[in-house]
Design a protein around this ligand. Structure first.
Ligand code: 13P
Length: 333
């Protein structure tokens, strides 16, 4: 493993004033997003949509783009590989390598993320296609007091460790993403407790499996109230609890933390990141790796129409710029 090369890529992914665009929606998920704007989910429409983002000015604020298997192999309308467009914009191509979740036997309602079989071969192929980092998302559902079980936390952390070690052996920086969902009516305290349990287990597995912390990026949820909780914690409390959690659980050797947005509104995802970055100095770069919070606005504006491309690019660039400011703790309403 070339740790210095991995560390260089990891640091570039969290360049000050930039963050990551998660454009790695699976075919099923992008169909849901397209359904919401009445666009048919064809390979060409998916390509056109993503090409529009990768050619926008907002890429100035994007350090890396997470792609889906289909996208990393697609060419733009003029024949340029989409990977090349991303590189030309000064950004690093990355790839989602997990294969989604499956029910976890013995743990009703819980899942484990799959995709370890033949992962080493797939990583080598993705490296050859231009990817320099990868992503694997573990999903922890926080429903009632019954779950998450120790089993679900453990197997998901173990899989993250296996994935991360394989990535580093293949020369790819692993984005380690344990997502505690914000669905449900739990309060922020329970989100904190569960996220801490999960995070501690993840770092235990990373240590056991000899993952070099300097060559990875952590992609956690922020500590927030459940979406259906009657009392919603404010921005200050979210920032305080999130920073407290990171301080307790995340070794300083990790170069950066890039949060997921997880269903937060665009504005809140920006406000939270900004408030978190005002809590510095902290040992890690703290930035965004947003999917919905960067793309919901441009999707609405685009609605599948060529005439709307410029306006949709502006909408994307605006969100990217706001989040870039927040990554420096310099965002204002
Ligand atoms: P959201 O920001 O929409 O949660 O997506 C980020 C992501 O990559 C989830 O795996």
């Amino acid at each position: 493993m070339n740790l210095s090369a991995l560390n260089t890529v990891a640091l570039a992914m969290v360049t000050p004033g930039k963050g990551i665009l998660a454009a790695d929606e699976s075919t099923g998920t992008i169909k849901k997003r397209f359904d919401a704007i009445a666009v048919e989910s064809t390979a060409q429409n998916r390509r056109d949509y993503r090409e529009m983002l990768f050619r926008s000015d907002g890429m100035t604020f994007i350090s890396g783009v997470i792609l889906y298997d289909e996208t990393i192999r697609q060419n733009a309308a003029d024949g340029t590989p989409l990977v090349k467009l991303i590189e030309q914009a000064g950004s690093i191509p990355g790839i989602k390598v997990d294969e989604g979740t499956q029910p976890l036997p013995g743990c009703p309602g819980e899942t484990v993320t799959v995709g370890l079989d033949r992962l080493a071969d797939r990583l080598a192929a993705y490296y050859a296609l231009g990817a320099r980092f990868a992503k694997w998302r573990a999903v922890i559902d926080l429903d009632k007091d019954r779950i998450p079980s120790m089993t679900a936390v453990h197997v998901n952390a173990h899989a993250l460790g296996r994935y991360a070690a394989l990535c580093q052996a293949a020369g790819l920086v692993p984005i380690v993403e344990p997502e505690v969902l914000m669905d449900g009516d739990h309060d922020i305290g329970r989100c904190f407790d569960v996220t801490r349990r999960v995070m501690n287990e993840v770092f235990r597995e990373l240590r056991i499996q000899r993952v070099a912390l300097e060559g990875m990026i952590l992609k956690p949820n922020m500590v927030v109230s459940g979406q259906k909780c009657p009392v919603q914690a404010g921005v200050t409390e979210v920032a305080d609890r999130t920073v407290q959690l990171l301080k307790e659980c995340v070794p300083a050797a990790v170069p950066g933390v890039a949060f997921l947005s997880g269903g937060q509104s665009d504005a809140l995802a920006t406000a939270h990141l900004d408030a978190i970055n005002r809590r510095g100095p902290l040992p890690w770069m703290l930035t965004f790796s947003y999917g919905r919070a960067l793309q919901a606005a441009p999707q609405r504006v685009w609605a599948g129409r060529t005439a709307n491309v410029r306006a949709a690019q502006r909408a994307f660039s605006h969100r990217a710029r706001m989040n870039a400011l927040a990554s420096r703790g310099q965002w204002t309403t």
